[in-house]
Ligand binder design. Structure first.
Ligand code: PAF
Length: 277
């Protein structure tokens, strides 16, 4: 497996290669990422090229967030990617990705990007869209794979690709979970063993919210507040727990595919999860 650190060398090596399937990551990989790599391989077949990027993108972190302590584990990540069938890794440093302050940015529409995660992490999706658009320009993949674990991110990227007419097919990877149901996340590494047990409550709360909706309860404000209370009682600090339409995360309505989404802080760690209804 080749590891490239700079853009011109990667571009030269990519000349005439393809089809390319791309998996962008921030590293500190787990089985969820490796499942995306396998999905990328299945999409382009044995003759295609699977490229993963590893870049902790400062633009999507607010000043109080965990940019500095986000684990940088390139050697281990490279081994895992190799084992999962990745061909090339693009692991630029900050000077390669942002040789000058990134003044040109991609601003996604407020109705999709300033709600939920975007409401609690202002500017987050500007950072994500800017780096993903830049990575797409560098790697020029035909296919890119994003996990449903970051459901809103997947929707924001899908809409960006559609509106900008980028010739890239966006594939959605299912969320990988521990046998007990905890969604795999790089941030689980911040949790103690006790907190890992407690963390199961987030997906259980989402399940309960869906169950009540499916049983016919329609007062969403009550359903959402009950879900937040359940988390608060167990010592969490929830940002939101909500039921939305899948395709644009608008208000939940009967007869449309729905998704329950939640974000909450357990101790110092902020976790997100979602379940499609
Ligand atoms: O999902 C992530 O790991 C990041 O948001 C991404 C898509 C790699 C952009 O930095």
């Amino acid at each position: 497996m080749q590891i490239h650190h700079d853009i011109p060398a990667l571009r030269a090596a990519l000349q005439g290669r393809g089809p390319i399937a791309f998996v962008p990551t921030m590293g500190n990989l787990h089985d969820g990422h490796l499942a995306l790599v396998r999905q990328a391989r299945a999409a382009v077949g044995p003759q295609g090229l699977v490229v993963a990027s590893i870049f902790v993108n400062r633009l999507q972190f607010a000043p109080h967030e965990d940019f500095d302590r986000y684990p940088r584990t390139l050697a281990r990540d490279a081994e895992l990617l190799d084992g999962a069938g990745c061909d090339w890794v693009f692991a630029p440093d900050e000077a390669a990705m942002y040789p000058e302050p990134q003044g040109y940015k991609v601003h996604p529409p407020a109705e999709l990007a300033d709600i939920l995660e975007g409401h609690f992490r202002p500017g987050f999706f500007v950072g994500v869209c800017t780096v993903v658009a830049k990575l797409f320009n560098i790697v020029q993949p035909q296919v890119a794979v994003f996990g449903k674990k970051d459901y809103q991110q997947l929707m924001v990227i899908r809409r960006m690709v559609a509106q900008m007419a980028l010739p890239i097919e966006i594939l959605a990877g299912e969320t990988e979970r521990s046998p007990q149901g905890l969604a795999l996340s790089s941030r689980n590494g911040y949790l103690s063993e006790t907190q890992k047990q407690q963390a199961l409550l987030l997906s259980r709360t989402l399940k309960q919210l869906i169950a009540r909706w499916q049983a016919g309860e329609r007062d969403l404000a009550v359903l959402e507040e009950d879900a937040m209370q359940a988390l608060r009682h167990a010592g969490w600090q929830p940002d939101y727990v909500t039921l939305r339409r899948q395709h644009d995360l608008g208000e939940a309505r009967d007869g449309e595919p729905l998704v329950a989404l939640g974000a909450a802080r357990l101790g110092a760690t902020r976790l997100i999860d979602n379940l499609e209804a």
